[in-house]
Ligand binder design. Structure first.
Ligand SMILES: [Zn+2]
Length: 198
């Protein structure tokens, strides 16, 4: 998936998370989700109020989108490479796509500066989108089953294939599908939550 495709799917996933937590907060349903909101708030929403809070939220959003692009820093022509004028000469979809990097940024967000966790969350959104491709995703690279194909790490035993990076049109199709599926799921959830079911 190219940079634009990742920014799109990253936006849809973030909107899903916001919509679901918003509906759970307003409706109080289902109870387990609404009950988990205080913990989720501590993890995902920066502390503070006024201008400091707004600035923290803006930093979180900016770093989320940076994280959404960051794993492809292992490609010389990626969007993030053009933005930073820097790339890592590594096998594509290897280390930079692993959960190790996600963990590093989550830890930095916990112990150093709150918004840094959003780099990790954005990377996770990127990795999930890549997981749906023909090449798949090796979350604990270099551990796990994979093979190298044209300087790209391909997951072995990968049965999911929603799109191929070799066929750019298929990325658009999968993003449209993701959007329609999200609207349908959030719509059904809102309907159940607000009409007394669930
Ligand atoms: Zn990628």
């Amino acid at each position: 998936m190219n940079g634009r495709g990742h920014l799109f799917s990253g936006t849809v996933l973030a909107a899903d998370a916001l919509a679901v937590s918003g509906i759970a907060a307003v409706s109080g349903k289902p109870g387990f989700l609404a009950g988990a909101l205080p913990e989720a708030k501590a993890v995902f929403i920066p502390a503070g109020d006024g201008a400091a809070f707004v600035l923290s939220c803006a930093a979180c959003a900016a770093l989320y989108y940076f994280g959404v692009l960051l794993p492809d820093i292992d490609r010389p022509n990626a969007t993030v490479t053009k933005l930073t004028h820097f790339h890592l000469p590594l096998c594509h979809r290897g280390f930079t796509h692993s959960l190790w990097f996600v963990f590093v940024f989550l830890a930095l967000g916990m112990f150093l500066w709150f918004p840094l966790r959003y780099v990790g969350i954005g990377m996770l959104a990127h990795d999930l989108a890549d997981w749906g491709s023909t090449a798949g995703w090796v979350p604990f690279y270099p551990l796990g089953r994979w093979r190298k194909y044209q300087d790209c790490v391909m997951a072995r035993g990968h049965w999911v294939s929603f799109y191929s990076s070799q066929a750019p049109g298929s990325e658009t199709v999968v993003n449209v599908f993701l959007t329609v599926l999200s609207l349908a799921c959030v719509g059904v959830y809102a309907w159940i939550a607000f009409t007394g079911g669930g």
